[in-house]
Design a protein around this ligand. Sequence first.
Ligand code: ACM
Length: 521
Amino acid sequence: MHLSRAVLTAAVVSLAAVAVPTSAVAAPAAPERSVTDVVPVPVSAKPDPHGDFRLTPSTVITADRGAGQVADYLRGLLRPATGYPLPVVPHAAGLPAIALQLGHDTRIGTEGYQLKVARDGVTLKANTADGLFEGVQSLRQLLPSAIEAKRVQHRTWTVAGGTILDYPRFAERGAMLDVARHFFRPDQVKLYLDQIAQYKVNTLHLHLADDQGWRIEIKSWPKLATVGGKTAVDGDPGGYYTQAQYQDIVAYAASRHITVIPEIDMPGHTNAAQSTYAELNCDGKAVPVRTDTEVGYSSLCISSPVTYKFVEDVVRELAAITPGPYLHIGGDEAHSTPPADYIAFEKKVQPIVAKYGKKVTGWHEIAKSDPPASAVPQYWDFGGDNASVAAAAARGSKILMSPANFAYLDMKYTESTPLGQDWAALVEVRDGYNWDPATLVNGVGESQVAGVEAPLWTETIRTSNDIEYMAFPRLPGIAEIGWSPRSTHNWDAYRLRLAKQAPRWVQQGIDFYRSPQVDWK
Ligand code: ACM
């Protein structure tokens, strides 16, 4: 392809186009999209109706040193629908450009960014590549929803003009996928990573082991995956990730600026391991395989040295293939582990995680074991009083908020939702949005909150369409609670912005729930 010729010709055409004031031909009605419509809503955004930028075949992307990966990602986002070359170059050389710049701006921290869209170009500035990546997610929403189409669309491409200054309220905005109850292939996990990244979600917690299946290859205990991985809820087919496949998922997540947090749930939720290896049971007999959805019946053998050899082998292997700082050690619903044994188990296992260079995160029950201040208990109850969680926060732990009655994506929207469960609540879109992480648990205020996570348990979830139907439109609401300032929290404003996201999901093939609480148009 004669790229330079095409670029030069297009540049002349676009200069001619710029000479016509766009304001003279633009409809006077409210713009289809604006810097104030971005989800999660930015810290501050100022539209400029005269500042729209037109993408053309001559547009280039310029990238500072260290911004090349984000520039390539942006190019990958914009090319399929525009069909434009959008070369990534060190200097614009007079061509209209989207400029990705790295600098030092104390207002925006490590994930914040500043975006300026003007007639003559787009400038995105951040302190880190993470910040540029989050800024790109905002920029993307300033283009028509057709930008999400997978094939070339012959139309004009106008980026809504204005400026944004933005940074997150909380450091962690997460999603969890339970790949134990039902298994999801690497390509399905990658699809979900792409879907959540657009709302500035920066962690994916993978629930890798539970009663019904074990999903990660552990070389020193090979049958965990090859035998314990065969099963899933209701006798459905199982599966597991080889370590290479897991590392590939982790690398893909990193390319979306998402950190993977792997979970091995223990000392309960361990039937898949205990049905595979007899020596993990106190009586030395393997328990029967279970594919029903009961909870609270399994427990590792707390008094047995073999248990800690198993834990150390698993933690060592998982730590070696996990670049992120956290290992999630579960700890929930250990109803068959006596309380003193539970504490004893946690006191032995948490130092093993530290020995392999990782920090502990776990469901909030781990707070009962006085974990170190570096540990992050993940709160999944309904809010109010929880003495051990408040005490952990007082000792310096940050708490990750996943209240089941607001943030669990597996809860049904209404009684008639065909998928999901209802033990915590029915969670309509408004319910999933109307809560505040900083007032949820007594004694855990704004500065003690690590962030928010939206877990998706998969007892009833089998396909990517199922994932999408439960996550959309609730996941963007959890992401907004985690990113946007408390002062912006307003359902009536949010539901209007949310409605404008739907055409993007249609283009992306996301099968979402058309809640009657939102005017989808
Ligand atoms: C949980 O829902 N058992 C964490």
